[in-house]
Ligand binder design. Sequence first.
Ligand code: NAD
Length: 477
Amino acid sequence: MQRIEHIYIDGAFVTPHGQEWFDLHNPSTEEVIGQVRLGDEHDARRAIAAAKAALPGWSRTTREERLAALARMHKAIAAREDDLMQAIVLEYGAPSQRSRWMATYPAEVIAQAMAALESFAFEEQAGTARVIMTPVGVAGLITPWNSNAGFICNKLATALAAGCTAVIKPSEMSAMQTRIVAEALHEAGLPKGVFNIVNGRGDVVGEEISRNPDIAKISFTGSSAVGQHLVSAGAATMKRVTLELGGKSPTVVLDDADFASILPLVLMAGFANSGQACIAGTRILVPRQRLAEFEQAAKEAVSHIKAGDPREADTDIGPMVSAKQWERVQDYIRIGLEEGATLLAGGEGRPDGLHAGWFVKPTIFTRANNQMRIAREEIFGPVLTIIPYEDEADAIAIANDTHYGLSAVVFGKDLQRCERVARQIDAGRVLINTLAHEPRAPFGGFKYSGLGREMGKWGIGAYLEPKTLLMEAGQVQ
Ligand code: NAD
């Protein structure tokens, strides 16, 4: 049983003023495996004050000094990869291949921030003016449970690269990962107050961050509802806001696609991170004239997908993170049936042979339409919905008929046609015949999927304000 008592403020692990203890569970067994002591508003204000005090010094550091600090962070986080992997399996339940990726990603993303910083143009000429990109101030960084360590490292490395200091409010459900990250960052020996970490509830510590006048910018990854709230709460103190929110991403299967060869990727796009992925391709758009053929191939492919113990090497889908999340997914499976969609695979309850743990059967609905709730609302579990379309224009219309716009995948043999379709989909990222990732490209969403972008020069730019400098003619340097 782990007891996580400390938060991190002004370069030291400290006991929070907050008194509440929060239970941590192993989602594979439902057992309580630890407790974390939560900070409160008082702790959040202390952390913000420390970040504010550190800002003048950090914002004046050179590119080389920031790169050196990020290199130390990278080394310290990489050294804890195995510990992170264990924590991710234990408190989150990601299957082994996914959890290995989730444990390497935090260091990798710091390296990516370093690469972006190396070539970032902090100054440029605009006519007679000099434009100087200036850090916005103290950043509030709020992360979700489905990739806590990765988002802490990505947001922090980017904020520091830009010259901002930070207060991090991690997911309260990911305290074991947070502790490992905090210990590693402490090892990295950054100046005091440059980063601070306060475990706490969203409606307590998160709220303080959203209203505190000394927070200039919020970078948030989580649900659209909380994201919308942060925009309105932050308006009172004119906060800059970057939001990475939810999705209901389409996977468009064109009529020339070879189903047998694309289906593993189609299912991987939908079931990634046990279905708890913002980018999950959960609406599968299939040409009506080949629907029966696709259904047969999908049924065969899904029979090879294993939901179960995340420690077993052949497991594809681990448990849902919490009882609440499990209930939510079960509710949506019932909703799909009530709405009249046809169940192709899976269904309610745990997979055969599993009697404990928040496990869900890999589930596919078919013959659905895009107005059903299972096609419109983010389920955040391994539940996919096949929707038939008539022709290319209909496929594009259905793909775009959603509140969301985070990601999309297009599958087909004719690459020109794939690209033509991809260009017409309203999403922050559209992939063609691949699930590849490009960390140098911007990541974020259209519509309710978010505001602004992370990664690369776009990510750093989101922590900066352009300042225009003009001098009397002839004096500009
Ligand atoms: P959530 O919005 O409930 O919580 C996210 C974080 O916000 C947590 O740290 C939480 O404590 C905090 N929070 C909650 N209420 C708050 C408030 N009033 N003020 C400030 N902070 C508050 O989401 P979740 O359940 O943790 O994560 C699942 C959601 O996140 C899904 O909708 C998913 O699509 C989304 N998500 C998006 C991305 C992306 O990159 N676009 C990545 C991962 C998850």
